[in-house]
Design a protein around this ligand. Sequence first.
Ligand SMILES: [Zn+2]
Ligand SMILES: [Zn+2]
Length: 396
Amino acid sequence: MLILKKLIAELEKPRDKRPLGSGWLSGAGALLAGLVGLLLVVVLRYPSWFNTPELAMLHENGLLNTVLHGVLILGYVFALISLVLNRSKVLGTTAMGLIVVVALFGSSQGEAGAVNNTSLYFGLDFFVLNVLFVGFLFIPLERFFPARAEQTVFRQEWREDMFYYFVSSMLVQVLTFLTMAPTNYVTNTVNLENVQTYVGSLPFFVQVILIMIATDFLQYWLHRLLHTVPFLWRFHAVHHSAEKMDWLAGARMHFMEIAVLRGVTAIPMFSLGFDPAAIQVYVLVVYFMSSFVHANIGWNLKPIEPFMVTPRFHHWHHGLEQEAIDVNFAIHFPFYDRIFGTYHMPNDQQGPNGKGGRWPKAYGVASGPVPKGYWKQFWFPFSKPQPKDMSKELPK
Ligand SMILES: [Zn+2]
Ligand SMILES: [Zn+2]
């Protein structure tokens, strides 16, 4: 009830105590959207309670669903704004909580035949599935085959990284929309019909491998650019600020970086005429791989190290020591690093259990003033650069 009291006090704040830009208006708007959404969900789930002919019509053409969807998206954005602006988080968190509950409630099955196409509200179900599936897969592997045995699941900053995981899953639709823009530009300006016919005729698995090769080439250079250009590095430094590596650590990535990365890799994926099923398989591979290469798994993978990016390979990319600076940029295929001279896999010592090559000593950003927490890291690249992080000697 304390929260309710705080909430009411916040809502009743006199006008001069809540000027524009204080996050009060957006918070109140988000709360309103959450309440409207709640009512709409009740109407949608229990149409028999509201069986007036006018409403039946709304049910039939799916208008209510669209309205509900719009209201919840709006409320979600408002709640985010309020959380950024308002020092007292009670409005933003309450509204966000309400919206999440409404979205969950709305996406589960209501009365038979009432709600059909309400799945994937903001990817909340996507997030839950993702965490459950990937977590269940990797937590036991990290427990039984650790690269660093002392590290537990609830290691330092695990909540921050879980929040990253949450936000990027929740915004899956927004991201998909954003990332299609460059692809649309390419397909509208270049005629790729012949290439598309050829690519579409290739065997399925060849297509998957080709997508990986094409996207990894772009990824390699984008990644290298992120390390070289000081302004871009400030975005990417967020990813490197993780000091503990595990399946969750890969989720820590600045929103802008995710958007640009997806936009760039979407170009070959969607413009070269690949089978949509091959693209789907590739997306699954990427989700799996990004957890895998960050995971605290100390397997000896020497036999496949030359062909595939492994945890040890990407851990070196995150390494804190001098020898780990600006190496191992590839996400799928280490041969890109061999070709472009950035390959680093020292074998002068043995890894965990006395097998498989040396691992880095520690992770993070050596010169880095990267702050802690999602929102501080979100604003970090836009803040005034410190002389330190503009220096040429930027460790990765
Ligand atoms: Zn990097
Ligand atoms: Zn990484």
